[in-house]
Design a protein around this ligand. Sequence first.
Ligand code: NAD
Length: 290
Amino acid sequence: MKIAFIGLGNMGGGMAANLAKAGHEVRAFDLSEEALARAKDAGCATFGSARAAAEDCEAVVSMLPNGAIVRDVYTSDIIGQAPQGTVFLDCSTIDVATAKDVIALAENAGYDMVDAPVSGGIAAANGGTLTFMVGGTEEAFERAKPILEAMGKAVIHAGEAGAGQTAKICNNMLLAITMIGTAEAMKMAERLGLDPQKFYEISSQSSGYNWSLNAYTPLPGVGVESPADNDYQGGFATALMLKDLRLAMEAAETSDSAVPLGSRAASLYEDFAGAGNGGLDFSAIIKTYS
Ligand code: NAD
């Protein structure tokens, strides 16, 4: 297929390369010359604007920083510019309201479109092992699925337009809460004189079992190997967790949802990032518990 790919950053670069590796003709655009050069090395054709990349294609994939940029790129350069019949896949993490709006604009102009945010970081983007949670009509999902499969290990239809973003932010709000809860319990156990490794052995097989404890243990040398064992480098950056929590808080407000723990988690991550820790893995929040 001829696929226009817009946004070749940390995530998009690897994803575009995997589409090229799968035999697709990738027409790439990014504002950064450096990102364009990397895409060229990975076998993509490069263009001087999103409009030029999209003017001759069958699908558009985007991986951009935020909702305002996604809206701007689609309304200025893609909708009405890409050939009729093109399917659009926005894989960025953005607010639910913008995702729904842009899909409605695309549909009104006769295009199929899905929101398809991802779980998995840069390593999964490079390795083609992302999980995609997809919102959109059944028909749009069926068209998007084979394209997403070339970049990921799981592609799940979450529901109608915006459902992918909803799944993503609710999942990450839960992840933030379980990480903070795990950190709190581990440090309190330690202060009470319990060996943290013993706490891990017991709780990971008891009702305290959860992914943050069992699969991503936030204390170095305890439980499974995780970014904690690498000085909290790599993994999922605190700044990105904070971005997702802010989106979750926005969605909680618009849907009038009660999120006392989510909002507390958002404010704890806000403080932690504000203290200069945005680049550390999100499990480093345990450092705030002495
Ligand atoms: P990034 O900043 O590395 O990449 C974004 C790219 O978009 C940059 O190369 C930038 O030059 C380009 N860009 C910005 N405006 C543009 C425009 N108008 N036209 C064309 N290109 C433009 O960010 P990233 O880490 O690749 O993240 C991309 C998206 O994926 C975000 O929405 C993020 O929340 C989401 N995400 C990231 C991760 C992660 O671990 N990095 C994990 C899951 C989801």
